[in-house]
Design a protein around this ligand. Structure first.
Ligand code: ATP
Ligand code: MG
Length: 443
């Protein structure tokens, strides 16, 4: 360091205190005490997905801006005001992905995966939207995305709903979410309906707020989605899209609801459900909850056959959904019966020089014999008493105790920390059998 800089450093020690760098607003750390619940949810999600034969696809976080403009649509909230877009050093316009559908489709088209094939895929990871941060709404959030390609019939729409239904059951939140369902018909049907809807809203212009007046030209269906209570009546009396669908779209929708009825999955048909993105056709659905305040949509999706052509592919079929993990976790946290696995099963207490050396060796031996046991050793010294405290605090079931006396005798102490039984001392090989016997689940 040059002397002049050093002077700044020593003369203004407060400066160093003042520059604690913090995370970006709306972007969160998941701390060690929170990760077990995340890992638990992630494990169950993967199990359910693989039980339906879905494969993982891993995709870049950054894509060309053009991809999102073309797929999500120029006049959507996401593209208009939420994207993290920047120029890279070559002058190309890039964007941190605000959602995963576009990138997933881009990858499948690029690698020729859509040619006379069907696919059931999932991806998992961070998405970025410059929204106003609040509970359940962040600037970096984690989504699970599930996409299927190449299947036109209603069975795959129904399968996705059944998969989500199973997921809620396995995660113990089935009672907290409910399914809303609608059909947006084909693009042609929607365009015809759009004119009818615009004519209706033109007649009721006085009842529209500023946002809706703007959407009247750009995206009038989105007006139906407005949460403004003052527009409730105008929206309630608007013509319904369902009444303007053709026989094919109606039959597709009916087949889905019949399957759900057969399998006992309850739903509500919500004619106002239009979804924010332009690319949906036929089926759209949302799983909503009233236990998370205003950010009540946990999972949303639908059919988007038209998007494939929009991105340069041949006519094809696609249905999928995306789930917000932070909202899912918030729902799971409301459960009081959830028990996630311990981080540490056994804690090794080592006091004395010989014990410290021998303890490391013995810990490796235990790990050879019991690979699933979560064993942590003391590594920061201290008395027996303080190390016992640590073992207890960390939630270990057993303490394995080594002092120099034990080492000299080739012995080890074992104490169960979760009941009142006495500490036992035994030869080392017996200690391993003892742990194996008492820790059935850890082997
Ligand atoms: P919303 O109406 O809540 O803004 P959206 O229609 O923009 O949702 P989608 O693009 O469909 O959301 O994303 C699917 C899911 O991802 C949402 O249902 C939600 O659970 C989650 N999600 C979307 N945006 C955010 C965000 N900013 N923070 C946290 N989760 C989000
Ligand atoms: Mg949104």
């Amino acid at each position: 360091m040059k002397p002049s800089k050093w002077r700044v450093f020593v003369n203004q020690p407060n400066l160093i205190m003042a520059v604690n760098i913090q995370a970006i607003r709306g972007m969160h750390d998941v701390l060690p005490e929170q990760t077990p619940l995340w890992q638990y949810a992630e494990r169950i999600i993967k199990e359910v997905l693989s039980s339906y034969g879905y494969s993982e696809i891993r995709l870049p976080i950054v894509e060309k801006t053009e991809l999102f403009k073309r797929s999500i649509g120029e006049v959507t909230d996401i593209v208009e005001k939420e994207m993290y877009t920047f120029e890279d050093r070559n002058g190309d316009s890039l964007t941190l992905r605000p959602e995963g559908t576009a990138g997933c489709l881009r990858a499948c088209l690029e690698h020729g995966l859509l040619h006379h094939q069907t696919h059931r895929l999932w991806y998992y990871g961070p998405m970025y939207r410059h929204e106003r941060p609040q509970k359940g709404r962040y600037r970096q959030f984690i989504q699970l995305g599930v996409e299927t390609y190449g299947m036109s019939g209603p069975d795959i729409d129904a399968e996705l709903i059944l998969l989500m239904h199973r997921l809620w059951q396995k995660l113990g939140i089935r009672e907290k979410v409910s399914l809303q369902l609608n059909s947006l018909g084909t693009i042609a049907e929607r365009l015809a309906y759009r004119e009818i809807l615009v004519a209706y809203f033109q007649q009721h212009k006085d009842g529209l707020d500023e946002d809706s007046l703007r959407r009247l030209d750009t995206n009038p269906l989105r007006i139906l989605d407005s949460k403004n209570p003052e527009m409730k009546d105008v929206i309630a009396n608007a013509p319904e899209l369902m009444a303007h669908l053709g026989t094919d779209s109606l039959a597709h929708f009916k087949a889905i609801t019949t399957t759900l009825d057969d399998l006992g999955v309850t739903y509500e048909i919500n004619p106002r459900l239009v979804r924010g993105l332009d690319y949906y056709s036929k089926t759209v659905f949302e799983w909503v909850t009233d236990e998370l305040g205003s950010q009540g949509t946990v999972c949303a999706g639908g059919r988007y056959d038209g998007l494939i052509e929009q991105l340069g592919g041949k006519p094809n079929h696609a249905v999928g959904f995306a789930m917000g993990m932070e909202r899912l976790l918030a729902l799971m946290e409301l459960r009081d019966d959830i028990s996630v696995s311990r981080v540490v099963d056994a804690y090794m207490i080592r006091v004395g020089e010989k014990a410290e050396r021998e303890g490391l060796r013995f810990a490796e031996m235990i790990r050879n014999e019991m690979p699933s046991l979560k064993l942590q050793i003391s590594a920061d010294g201290g008395s027996f008493k303080s190390q016992f405290k640590k073992a207890d605090k960390i939630g270990a079931e057993f303490a394995i105790i080594l002092g120099d006396t034990e080492v000299e005798r080739g012995e080890v102490g074992i104490k169960c920390l979760r009941n009142e039984t006495e500490q036992q001392t035994m030869p080392k090989d017996q200690a391993i059998s003892f742990l194996q016997q008492h820790c059935q689940n850890f082997q």
